[in-house]
Design a protein around this ligand. Structure first.
Ligand code: ZN
Length: 311
C-alpha cells in the first residue's frame, strides 16, 4: 500500500513540475511578446513625441555571487558575479547615458544640472544588504567607479541575525542569504561608492502594525551605526501604500523607492515625485531581456497590480 502511495505521489510531483515548467515558459514567452509590441509599438512613438524629456532608470539587485542552487533561489534574486559585471560594463558603454549616484540624481531631479547629449541616467540600487554585497559587489564598484544606493535591513543592528533569518525563512534558511553584521554595514558605509538607505527593520510588508518602528527605528539604528543621514526608504516586497508614504514623510525620509516597473521621466525639474520607480533585474534575465528591460520594454508591467499597492 505504501509503495502505491509513493508512486502516486511521485507521479503527482512529476506532473506538477511539468505543468509549472510549461506555464513558466509560456508566461516568459508571452511577456516577452508583450514587451516587444510595447517597445516597438507604443514606446517608439512615445519617445518621438516626448523628445527632449530625460529619465532616471533605477535598477534593483539583491544578491551577487556563485554557488547558489536553483532550489535555493526560486525568485531569481542571485546573479552570478560575471553576469553582474557584464551588466555594469554594458551600461558604462551605453551612448547618451550615464551611471549616477543618488546625490547626482537629486541634483538632476531638482533641475539644477543637465548634461548635454545625455538623456538616460542609470542608478544602481541593492535591497536587503546581504553579506555578498561587501565581498562581491563593493570590489566591483571600486574597480568600475560605479555608485550604488544600498537599502539595508536594520535588524542585524538590533538582534542576532539568526533570529531574523529564522523568522523570515523558517528553520531551513541557508547561510547564503545572510545579512551583513554591524561591522560589515559600517565598513561598506565608508566606501565612497555606497550610499545607505533603509529597507525596514524586520522586512515586514506594508500592512504591518509596527510601521513606525519599521521606518523610524531602522532609520535611527542605521544612522547611529554609520554616522550618516538615512534619507531613503525602499519598501520590502516592493509594496507601498498611502500609510507608508505618510509615515515615511513624517519620519524625515526624502523619497520612497518602490518596485513599480517603470522609468522616472522628467523634463527640467518637473518630476519631483516622492516615490521612485525601479526595475528589478533577475537571474532569469538573459542578455536580451536585460537590454529590453533597461530600454523600457517591460515598463508595461507597472500596470500589473501585483507590483504596486498604491492608494
Ligand atoms: Zn527585500
Amino acid at each position: 500500500m505504501k509503495l502505491v502511495y509513493e508512486i502516486v505521489i511521485l507521479y503527482y510531483d512529476a506532473w506538477e513540475y511539468c505543468v509549472k515548467k510549461v506555464l513558466r515558459l509560456r508566461l516568459e514567452k508571452s511577456s516577452l511578446l508583450i514587451s516587444l509590441i510595447y517597445y516597438y509599438g507604443y514606446l517608439f512613438w512615445a519617445k518621438l513625441l516626448t523628445r527632449g524629456s530625460k529619465r532616471i532608470v533605477v535598477l534593483i539587485y539583491h544578491s551577487i555571487g556563485e554557488g547558489m542552487l536553483q532550489e535555493e533561489d526560486r525568485l531569481g534574486l542571485n546573479l552570478s558575479t560575471h553576469v553582474f559585471e557584464w551588466q555594469m560594463q554594458y551600461l558604462i558603454k551605453q551612448k547618451r547615458s550615464k551611471i549616477i549616484s543618488i546625490q547626482e540624481a537629486e541634483i538632476i531631479l531638482a533641475g539644477r544640472y543637465s548634461e548635454p547629449g545625455i538623456d538616460t541616467y542609470y542608478l544602481f540600487s541593492f535591497d536587503d544588504g546581504l553579506k555578498n554585497f561587501k565581498s562581491k559587489v563593493v570590489p566591483l564598484l571600486e574597480q568600475y567607479h560605479v555608485p550604488v544606493l544600498l537599502f539595508q535591513i536594520a535588524h542585524p543592528l538590533l538582534k542576532t541575525e539568526e533570529t531574523y533569518l529564522r523568522s523570515r525563512y523558517g528553520s531551513d534558511y541557508t547561510t547564503k542569504w545572510r545579512l551583513m553584521d554591524r561591522e560589515e554595514i559600517q565598513a561598506v558605509s565608508h566606501s565612497p561608492w555606497v550610499s545607505i538607505g533603509s529597507h525596514s527593520l524586520t522586512h515586514s510588508d506594508c500592512w504591518t502594525d509596527h510601521l513606525e518602528e519599521e521606518l523610524q527605528g531602522s532609520k535611527r539604528l542605521l544612522e547611529e551605526a554609520t554616522g550618516k543621514i538615512v534619507n531613503y526608504f525602499s519598501c520590502p516586497y516592493g509594496m507601498v501604500r498611502e500609510k507608508v508614504l505618510l509615515a515615511a514623510k513624517k519620519f524625515g525620509y526624502k523619497r520612497v523607492f518602490t518596485s513599480i516597473c517603470n522609468w522616472n521621466s522628467f523634463r527640467g525639474s518637473t518630476n519631483n515625485r516622492y516615490t521612485v520607480n525601479r526595475i528589478e533585474i533577475s537571474s532569469f534575465d538573459g542578455a536580451l531581456k536585460f537590454k529590453l528591460k533597461i530600454n523600457g520594454a517591460y515598463n508595461w508591467k507597472r500596470f500589473l497590480k501585483s507590483h504596486q499597492i498604491l492608494p
